[in-house]
Design a binder for this molecule. Structure first.
Ligand code: GTP
Length: 526
């Protein structure tokens, strides 16, 4: 897998994992917590409405009780005194106390006196014909016989209206004595009351009057403490009147209802931030790691293809990669040095340190090519140590090695000009390749070499000349190339030089035999 593909895959995988993790956390942890919070808030809102309604009811109960357990009211049941009615039961007082209707009954349930704020609440709208009118709304015999104040309250339909009522038995203020009747006060369920409870509970709700003849299936009654089964924007509850007939529908609108969605603008922003962060991480990694890796790969491939050692670039951003490149380059440098050393070894004679036969071949081939192209002259000198077998036999092989080394170094000092190369041809024999312009060069060089070896004065008891080590030299020099030389290879030229060496040996050693080749004409000189 390519690294950039791997990085893209990694980025994508990270995004998917983040998204999956966020979803799991959202659905398994966050959402249940939010849901339970919203549920408990909704339950609190319903409870607040319920409490608010009960509170409105209690005000009515207290007011009704105050009027009922009052000696003057007992007197008013017996004789409806206009003066008492005017000063204590005036419409202004009831309006101020938010009472929409007041009805005074005797113990038989007959209406003795009433007040109503509107025609809708006139006595003829009282649901007296209901079987439970006495007992549920007015005190029954049992309650009357108890001779203590008893109260009934709840909802009732008055004509087209639904009201809260509170009915308290009328009896003397010390609560001893006969119950003479009952007083009922009502308050219409209207927008004013709804607003009052809303302000009290701080919950938004509405109260809708229901058709008493209809049935409302699927809506629960609102009496016990409500419990929420499912979260909703709105919850509805039924309020029955004291006769069990549906009277009102409460619709509570909740502040919070819907669970927060995972797919919100905020989560989209978060997601794209994650994408940007991932890209922002992957792109620099690609630039800082992928680029050097690609470059290194290129260098290695080039090395394999070309067989050459190549250094890497080192200008990267990451320290570790820079260090790796530097170390690689150090290895390359060491290998280069080692390679050069090995190469130099393969071109040098190990005993004398002068060029070996391999170098001779390369140099001779190049010199011959250039000579064939008409550049300069070419020549070969074969230098052989005289009577060397005898030297070895008398002085020992190690001394023989040393003598070869000394003679090689001496010859090397003479072959220092451009176009001259001294090589060890084999054993105690050397070959000098000459590629130059000077026709006298070969002769001069031969003479100097002969003289320098002589002057070394290496003792040789069985030497042909002066008890010292000498050399014999045979050579050939070709003048500028002409077509008549076209068949002459450098190997043939060496052969000619060797023949001259043989001549020198045959002529008594410690001497030079050179041959100058001039367009088929050979001139022998000493
Ligand atoms: N010590 C030593 N001896 C060598 C080396 N290479 C060749 N020789 C010896 O050189 C001697 C060459 O002997 P020959 O070829 O018979 O020639 P020569 O005795 O020099 O006689 P001429 O060449 O005819 O003057 C042999 O005895 C070789 O063993 C070397 O590297 N070290």
């Amino acid at each position: 897998m390519k690294l950039n593909h791997f990085l893209s895959f990694l980025g994508l995988a990270l995004l998917l994992v983040s998204f999956s993790l966020a979803s799991v956390l959202y659905y398994l942890v966050y959402l249940p917590a939010i849901e339970s919070e919203v549920r408990s808030q909704q339950e609190r809102e319903l409870l607040a409405v319920q409490t608010g309604i009960k509170f409105a009811q209690r005000n009515l109960d207290v007011l009704c009780y105050d009027y009922s357990v009052w000696d003057e009211m007992v007197g008013f049941v017996a004789v409806r005194d206009e003066a008492f009615s005017r000063s204590n039961l005036s419409s202004n007082a009831f309006e101020a106390a938010n009472i929409d209707g007041a009805y005074l009954f005797n113990t038989d349930g007959d209406l003795l006196w009433h007040y109503s704020s509107s025609e809708k609440l006139l006595p003829n709208t009282l649901p007296k014909n209901n079987k439970t009118w006495i007992g549920s709304v007015l005190p029954d015999l049992k309650a009357i016989e108890k001779a203590v104040p008893t109260t009934r309250n709840g909802l009732i339909h008055l004509g087209q209206s639904v009201v809260y009522f509170s009915n308290t038995s009328v009896l003397p203020s010390d609560e001893e004595g006969e119950v003479v009747g009952s007083l009922m006060m009502v308050r219409a369920i209207n927008s004013e009351l709804t607003e009052e409870i809303q302000q009290l509970s701080l919950v938004n709700f509405s109260l809708d009057m229901l058709d008493p003849t209809k049935e409302y299936d699927g809506i629960e009654t609102f009496d016990a403490v409500p419990s929420i089964d499912s979260l909703a924007r709105q919850h509805m509850w039924l309020l029955n009147d004291v006769f069990g007939i549906p009277a009102l529908k409460i619709s509570v609108t909740h502040d919070k209802s819907l669970s927060p969605s995972l797919f919100t603008p905020e989560s989209a922003v978060l997601f794209f931030t994650l994408v940007l962060v991932s890209l922002g991480t992957i792109i620099p990694i690609s630039i800082m790691i992928l680029k050097p890796l690609r470059s290194a790969n290129k260098v290695l491939k080039k090395m394999i293809d070309s067989g050459k050692l190549i250094k890497m670039k080192t200008g990267w951003h990451i320290d570790e990669i820079v260090k790796l490149s530097l170390s690689f380059n150090q290895v390359v440098e060491k290998l280069e040095r080692h390679q050069n050393y090995l190469e130099s070894l393969s071109y040098k004679d190990p005993l004398t340190g002068v060029a070996n036969r391999r170098s001779l071949e390369v140099f001779a081939q190049r010199a011959h090519e250039q000579w064939s192209e008409g550049k300069g002259l070419i020549g070969f000198l074969m230098v052989d140590i005289d009577n060397f077998k005898a030297y070895n036999d008398t002085q020992g092989h190690l001394a023989g090695d040393k003598a070869i080394l000394t003679i090689a170094q001496t010859l090397l000092l003479e072959c220092r000009r451009r176009g001259e190369l001294l090589t060890r041809y084999g054993g105690e024999e050397f070959c000098v390749v000459i590629h130059g312009d000077n026709i006298a060069q070969m002769e001069l060089l031969s003479k100097r070499m002969l003289k320098q070896v002589w002057e070394l004065n290496l003792y040789h008891p069985e030497a042909s000349h002066g008890k010292r080590v000498t050399v014999s030299i045979g050579g050939v020099l070709y003048e500028r190339y002409s077509p008549s030389f076209s068949d002459m290879t450098w190997e043939m030229m060496i052969g000619q030089a060797d023949a001259q060496l043989y001549e020198a040996k045959m002529s008594g050693r410690n001497q030079i035999k050179l041959e100058y080749a001039k367009e088929q004409q050979l001139k022998l000189v000493k």
